[in-house]
Ligand binder design. Structure first.
Ligand SMILES: [Zn+2]
Length: 240
């Protein structure tokens, strides 16, 4: 095969999540690994995170500002330079056409090779967690944004007028998807340490025993493939 025909290795990723801290819980080891390998990774947060508090003194506005800052700090630990906040209200997210278009806009702007998003399905694999509707909405909207909205010229002509040309994402990686994984990313101790440090940057959200829980989750994912630590994904390689 001539050099011109060889596909360039992937080097740009986008992580679309509902809430600040979702990426740190689910795929931050992989993000840390990619950033250390020189990838450009962009986070897209669909909601403003304004409902995740039991503090009686807390207001949605105050919480949204705190969580935005926590997400920026967590991203810096991992090596992320750009976080796009779409600012939909927390806990009311639906896979609307508006959300789909907003995600398509940031896909066209940043042109990722790989996009990570949550599963659009409710998983019944875990007997102590039934899933968050915002996660499923973010997953469904992100998948619809990848295909066909970001790819098709005629769907939103106004995006073209904004200077945002169509973009084809090459791979979709679904996280938080229960038992449907087909790809495991091996994590070193360094990747795991970075992911735990980034998770703990979400001071308003994470419980004190989060380190041991993270270690246990990543070890459990790794054990399925004989690895010490890993993160599991359902990977789709999309046709060009
Ligand atoms: Zn969440």
């Amino acid at each position: 095969m001539s050099e011109a025909n060889q596909e360039k290795p992937h080097s740009k990723a986008m992580v679309v999540m509902a809430h600040a801290d979702d990426a740190e819980f689910s795929c931050s080891g992989t993000v840390a690994k990619w950033c250390r390998e020189g990838w450009e990774v962009v986070y897209v947060l669909c909601t403003d995170g304004s409902k995740g508090s039991d503090d009686l003194e807390m207001t949605p506005e105050k919480l949204a500002a705190i969580r935005k800052q926590e997400q920026i700090e967590a991203g810096k630990i991992l090596g992320i330079k750009t976080v796009e906040f779409l600012d939909y209200p927390d806990s009311y997210l639906t896979p609307s056409l508006d959300l789909r278009k907003d995600i398509a806009r940031v896909i066209r702007k940043h042109k990722p090779d790989v996009l990570i998003c949550p599963s659009p399905f409710r998983s019944f694999d875990n007997n102590s967690y039934i899933g968050h509707p915002d996660h499923m909405a973010a997953g469904e909207a992100a998948l619809a944004a990848v295909y066909p909205t970001a790819r098709d010229r005629l769907t939103y002509p106004d995006l073209i007028k904004e200077g945002l040309e169509p973009h084809k994402v090459k791979e979709v990686w679904i996280t938080m998807g229960g038992g449907a994984a087909n790809h495991w990313v091996e994590l070193t101790e360094e990747h795991l340490e970075l992911s735990m440090k980034a998770l703990k940057a979400h001071v308003s959200q994470v419980p004190p025993d989060v380190d041991s829980r993270m270690r246990e989750w990543k070890a459990r994912a790794g054990s399925l493939r004989g690895l010490r630590y890993a993160e599991a994904f359902r990977v789709f390689k999309l046709r060009g």
